[in-house]
Design a protein around this ligand. Structure first.
Ligand SMILES: [Fe+2]
Length: 177
C-alpha cells in the first residue's frame, strides 16, 4: 500500500499552483511516460511517476508584457533547483517515505542539464527515466507547456495512473509471494 498517491499530490494546493504554471497536461503526460520507462529500467514505477509528475514544479513565470520571455528564462531560470526543494517539501508533508522523497528530489534536480557543469556524469536509472520521460513529451516551440485538458479529465488520468501503479506493485508482490 502506497502512503501517498498521485491523486493526493494532484489535489494539493501547492501542486495546483505550481505544476499548473508549466502545464498540468505536460506533467501528467510525463508521469505516464515515466511509469512506462520505469518498468524497462527496473525502477519503482510509483517513484518514477511521482518524479515525472512533479519534475517542473519549480517553474517561475518569466513573462514580459504578457508574453513568455525566453531570454530571461534562459538567463535567470533555476527551476530544477526550486523544483527539487518544492517537491521534496510537498512529499514529506503528505507523508511520503523520506527515502523516496529524496530520490524524487534528486531526479528533479537533474532532469535537465542546465544545473550541470560540463563533463560526463553517471545518472541513476530513476534520473535517466525522468529525463527521458520529459524528452518524450517535448514539442516544437515548447507547445507541451501550453497544452490544456479539462480538470475532470486531469483527475481521471491521475486516478487511472494510480490504479496502474497499484496493479503493477501488487503483481510484483504476488510474484515474490
Ligand atoms: Fe518538462
Amino acid at each position: 500500500m502506497r502512503k501517498v498517491t498521485l491523486a493526493n499530490i494532484y489535489n494539493h494546493r501547492i501542486t495546483q499552483k505550481y505544476v499548473r504554471r508549466s502545464g498540468m497536461a505536460h506533467a501528467i503526460a510525463v508521469a505516464y511516460h515515466a511509469f512506462d520507462l520505469a518498468k524497462e529500467y527496473g525502477v519503482n514505477p510509483d517513484v518514477a511517476a511521482k518524479a515525472g509528475f512533479l519534475h517542473d514544479i519549480g517553474h517561475y513565470e518569466w513573462y514580459s508584457d504578457g508574453e513568455w520571455d525566453y531570454q530571461r528564462y534562459r538567463d535567470y531560470d533555476i527551476h530544477p533547483i526550486k523544483g527539487a526543494e518544492r517537491a521534496h517539501k510537498l512529499l514529506v508533508r503528505l507523508g511520503e517515505d523520506k527515502h523516496a522523497a529524496k530520490e524524487i528530489a534528486h531526479a528533479i534536480l537533474l532532469h535537465t542539464d542546465s544545473v550541470l557543469p560540463e563533463g560526463k556524469f553517471h545518472f541513476s536509472p530513476l534520473q535517466k527515466v525522468v529525463h527521458l520521460a520529459d524528452e518524450s513529451d517535448k514539442q516544437p516551440g515548447d507547445q507541451h507547456h501550453y497544452q490544456r485538458i479539462d480538470k475532470k479529465k486531469e483527475l481521471s488520468l491521475i486516478q487511472e495512473l494510480d490504479r496502474k501503479i497499484d496493479d503493477y506493485l501488487s503483481s510484483k508482490v504476488m510474484e515474490q509471494g
